[in-house]
Design a protein around this ligand. Structure first.
Ligand code: PGA
Length: 255
């Protein structure tokens, strides 16, 4: 049985102090709550250490994730962050291949594949994103588009613990737009992702890999989304910036 996951992607929001306050607010919101899902918060890189300290001091029921990593151990890569640096500040997860990284920063499936491999060597769980742009959705070729991304992103990956590799399906037209894919839309693609994972890794492993949905997920639609058989939680942008909304999604997902 897959444990549901609610992961918050703060994107490029919150200074160090604001990030600490938001993490503390979330810890307070979730205090005493019956948290039945895995909860992850992914602040900007410079906020990681501060949020990590909040988690430790408050014994908060969530874990730390980063939003990006570079696929080398160290060296002359100005501006980048190595996996052991994430590890050292307590990051247990890392988002890779977000459509904003693919779109604005030219990340390719090959980059994303390398990032997954190096993260897994460091026991950091990749949250590997995929998803189609609007024109592909309108052309009706979105399922094949996403299946191709998954095949490229997982090429040569060896998964020993399937609970430690996570996929997030995020249709680009639904990100930050208020336009949520319907739960049926999400299920259609998440189901196709599961089938692809069966082909790549075999049924037993595929059955344990979590596939999240992302794109305007919020307290009002989370229950309907996670009710679908292949939707194992959500990667949340906008609504993760409000502690009360995010906490409410955590609780509702577990009901
Ligand atoms: P959104 O973003 O929830 O604000 O649509 C989701 C994401 O990009 O991860």
């Amino acid at each position: 049985m897959r444990k549901l996951m609610i992961a918050g992607n703060w994107k490029m929001n919150k200074t160090y102090t604001e990030g600490v306050v938001l993490a503390q607010d979330l810890a307070d919101e979730l205090k005493g709550a019956d948290v039945k899902v895995d909860v992850v918060v992914c602040p900007p890189t410079v906020d990681l250490k501060g949020v990590s300290e909040v988690i430790e001091q408050s014994e908060a029921p969530f874990e730390l994730g980063a939003q990006n990593v570079y696929y080398a151990e160290s060296g002359a890569y100005t501006g980048e962050t190595a996996p052991n640096m994430l590890e050292a500040v307590g990051a247990k997860y890392c988002i890779i291949g977000h459509s904003e990284r693919r779109g604005y920063f030219g990340e390719t499936d090959e980059d994303i594949n390398k990032k997954a491999k190096i993260l897994m060597e460091h026991d950091i769980v990749p949250i590997s994103c995929c998803g189609e742009p609007l024109e592909i959705r309108e052309a009706g070729t979105h399922v094949q588009f996403v299946v191709d991304q998954i095949k490229a992103d997982t090429e040569g990956l060896e998964i020993s613990d399937p609970s430690k590799y996570v996929i997030a399906y995020e249709p680009i037209w639904a990100i930050g737009t208020g336009k949520t894919a319907t739960a049926d839309d999400a299920q259609e693609v998440c189901g196709a992702i599961r089938q692809t994972l069966v082909e790549v890794f075999g049924a037993e492993t595929a059955d344990q890999i979590r596939v999240l949905y992302g794109g305007s997920a919020k307290p009002e639609n989370i229950a309907e989304l996670v009710a679908k058989p292949d939707v194992d939680g959500a990667l949340v942008g906008g609504a993760s910036l409000k502690a009360a909304d995010f906490a409410s999604m955590v609780v509702k997902a577990g009901e």
